[in-house]
Ligand binder design. Structure first.
Ligand code: 1GP
Length: 244
């Protein structure tokens, strides 16, 4: 089954643990254990990061996941075309819609497209939208982050994403963000875009309560990165609460 189909089949309980090659590479044994523990509660794995771009390290991380899981899809969440890795199953083929830099809107995609075809990766058309602080992704991606208190701007971007044919809308508050995407914003985006598009939310998710409320407000799934690195047991709790 294709990765996008799996995501749609699991909508409302999609859990995407995110592994950053830049961190995994330094302590592979620690992450092997983390991967094995979170696997039963995950839909698929994301691999990517905003710094230390390297195909070699991304590929090593993809393989580490493949070797420690049972048939879970590994999806690249690229910070750069250098993270297009041949052993992955799919890639969030993203445009950072609120970037002020055409590199993140289209140029990197043009560079990466050749590799995506060469390696036979499934491209998942994804609108990436940065809200609030935006973290490293916002800074590196030259984003003009949408203020938390301006959900109507987020709705306009999300509608544009839908009309442009994106299949996934990724609402990003930034890795390790103090504040996650507000519940009301998620609910407004869901009402605006209807059910044709998957809504994935990430950045600053640190508790089961928050994750569940995001789903109740219309998110199809969540991405967990920082909490998985720092407190894997807590990450598992979050994942379980969404999968119930
Ligand atoms: C970052 O949305 C992801 O791109 C995950 O965020 O690291 O805060 O979980 P966290």
């Amino acid at each position: 089954m294709r990765a996008l189909e799996i995501l749609f089949n699991e909508r409302g309980k999609v859990v995407l643990p995110l592994l950053d090659p830049d961190k995994v590479i330094g302590q592979p044994h620690y992450y092997e254990d983390v991967i094995r523990k979170i696997e039963p509660w995950s839909t698929a794995f994301l691999v990517g990061g905003s710094t230390g771009f390297s195909q070699l390290e991304t590929e090593t991380t993809v393989k580490l996941i493949k070797n420690n899981t049972n048939n879970k899809k590994v999806i690249i969440f690229p910070g750069s075309p250098c993270q297009v890795a041949p052993s992955a199953d799919a890639i969030l083929f993203m445009s950072l819609l609120n970037s002020t830099n055409r590199r993140y809107l289209i140029d990197s995609q043009v560079e990466g497209a050749i590799l995506v075809r060469r390696y036979g990766l499934e491209a998942i058309p994804t609108a990436y939208i940065i809200v609030g602080e935006g973290g490293t992704a916002g800074w590196v991606g030259d984003a003009k982050p949408i203020p938390f208190n301006k959900p109507e701007i987020l709705v306009a971007y999300s509608l544009a994403a839908r009309y442009m044919g994106f299949k996934v809308i990724y609402l990003e508050a930034g890795s390790g963000a103090k504040n996650h995407i507000p519940f009301e914003s998620i609910s407004m985006v869901r009402k605006a875009v209807g059910d044709d598009v998957l809504i994935v939310v990430g950045g600053g998710i640190r508790s089961p309560e928050v994750a569940i409320k995001m789903i109740e407000n219309g998110a199809d799934g969540i991405v967990i990165g920082t909490i998985l690195e720092r407190e894997p047991e807590r990450a598992i709790e979050i994942a379980r609460s969404v999968r119930k």
